[in-house]
Design a protein around this ligand. Structure first.
Ligand code: CMC
Length: 393
């Protein structure tokens, strides 16, 4: 068995070739299809970025209008799919609902999906990008015990998401443009990140020829973990646990203690050994959003900044090149927008969906593509003889 390399966690294995996202972890550079994340975050919209990721180039004006129109027309979900939510307990985690219901789309679009047909693949990409906010918002309304809000075609992608989350039948709800823009930017920052755990999971599941909605559901499941997309939720829980600036040194010591499982959530990254460029953008947006939404001085933002400052001056974090990642500040913005902590990872999943489908489509058209099938180093018992039950001791 000496013909493969043992690489736990695949830290030195290139599993595919990809034209989609470039990361230079030492320099802190992130490009989608060659465009720097800073420029996209500043000047683009989430749907424009989604189109870029799945089609390969920035859309022209008419292509963008066509794309937005198609996404808008696919936002509805079948009424019988909504009934699925009744089967979930009122306090089910929204990621459990999202994973289950996204997977169940495979039951609605099974016979019509021919993954070998490029038009069908693209239809599938549009459907999932369009429907994931509707499903996410339905999970939210189920969680808070309010009636479901239908998608509204006249709203933007992000405006519609905010409306489905926060509109109530007997109240007027006005979309705050600052919230809409901040959320759109967060979705852009999360849209793709090459072969991270959830994307690799989508590729792995998709490599078997599985139904694409089932493959995306497997990505949702992988994203949920606290070492991946679940870190944004874990960061705010950690900040609450730390409580005040005075307690920061104690928690820094705990993070450094190898006998203590506590880690600084939102810190460290497999690829970035420098400041995560997404965290730099979010950190700035955080201040702007809190000011413009009139939330003022958020004590948790101050706590987060102090924590960052102390950690970055500590040899332990410096030597290991542990910097804040995308999840460190995103939760503070989500919370300012009125999104509850346990829903943060769902927002991440909405943002990551164009990346998942772009990678899935790229994988299916790669001539080198084969079923994902890692090997292992067997460490179990040597061959031995079966012992009948009555003779076992
Ligand atoms: N707090 C304290 N120590 C840490 C941390 C941390 N957050 N992250 C890594 N380390 C230490 C780790 O103990 C190890 O030390 P040593 O060399 O002495 O054994 C060293 O740094 C290398 O860590 P690793 O676990 O081998 O690194 P990895 O590439 O396998 O893990 C990571 C990367 C992101 C899972 C990890 O840094 C971590 O658990 N961070 C906290 C969770 C988090 O913020 N996740 C979000 C990642 S970014 C967004 C996303 O992917 O969704």
């Amino acid at each position: 068995l000496g013909y493969f390399t043992y690489d736990p966690g695949y830290s030195s294995t290139g599993s595919c070739q990809s034209d989609i996202t470039f990361i230079d972890g030492d320099q802190g550079i992130l490009l989608y299809r060659g465009y720097p994340i800073e420029q996209l975050a500043e000047q683009s919209s989430f749907l424009e970025v989604a189109s870029l990721l799945i089609n390969g180039d920035l859309p022209t004006q008419s292509e963008l209008v066509g794309f937005e129109d198609s996404i808008t027309r696919h936002t509805m979900v079948n009424e019988s799919l909504r009934i699925f939510f009744n089967g979930f307990h009122y306090n089910a985690h929204p990621m459990a609902m999202l994973t289950g219901v996204v997977g169940s789309l495979s039951a609605f679009y099974h016979d019509t999906i021919d993954i070998n047909d490029p038009e069908n693949r693209m239809l599938c990409a549009h459907r999932i990008i369009a429907k994931i906010p509707t499903i996410a918002a339905a999970a939210f309304k189920h969680m808070v015990g309010e009636p479901f809000v239908h998608p509204l075609n006249k709203l933007s992608y992000t405006g519609n998401l905010l409306n489905m989350l926060f509109a109530r039948p007997s109240e007027d709800y006005e979309i705050n443009p600052v919230a809409e823009r901040a959320l759109d930017q967060l979705l852009i920052l999360h849209a793709d990140h090459e072969q991270n755990a959830s994307t690799s999971t989508v590729r792995m599941a998709g490599s078997t020829g599985a139904n694409p909605f089932a493959a995306i559901a497997s990505g949702c499941a992988a994203l949920w973990g606290p070492a991946h997309g679940g870190a944004n939720e874990a960061v705010l829980n950690m900040l609450s646990e730390i409580g005040s600036v005075d307690a920061v040194p104690k928690f820094i010591d705990r993070a450094k203690d190898k006998d203590d499982p506590f880690r600084l959530m939102g810190f460290g990254h497999r690829v970035y050994k420098n400041y995560d460029p997404r965290a730099t953008i979010i950190r700035k947006t955080c201040h702007d959003v809190l000011n413009e939404l009139g939330v003022g001085n958020d004590p948790q933002l101050e706590l987060a900044m102090r924590l960052e400052e102390i950690a970055l001056a500590d040899d332990y974090f410096v030597e290991r090149k542990l910097y804040p990642n995308v999840d460190f500040y995103s939760g503070i913005i989500y919370r300012a927008l009125g999104i509850p902590t346990e829903f943060f990872t769902v927002m991440f999943a909405i943002g990551r969906t164009p990346g998942w489908v772009a990678q899935w489509m790229e994988m299916l058209t790669d001539p080198e593509q084969r079923i994902g099938r890692p090997r292992q180093l067997y460490t179990g018992a040597a061959r031995r003889k079966y012992v009948p039950l009555h003779r076992r001791r």
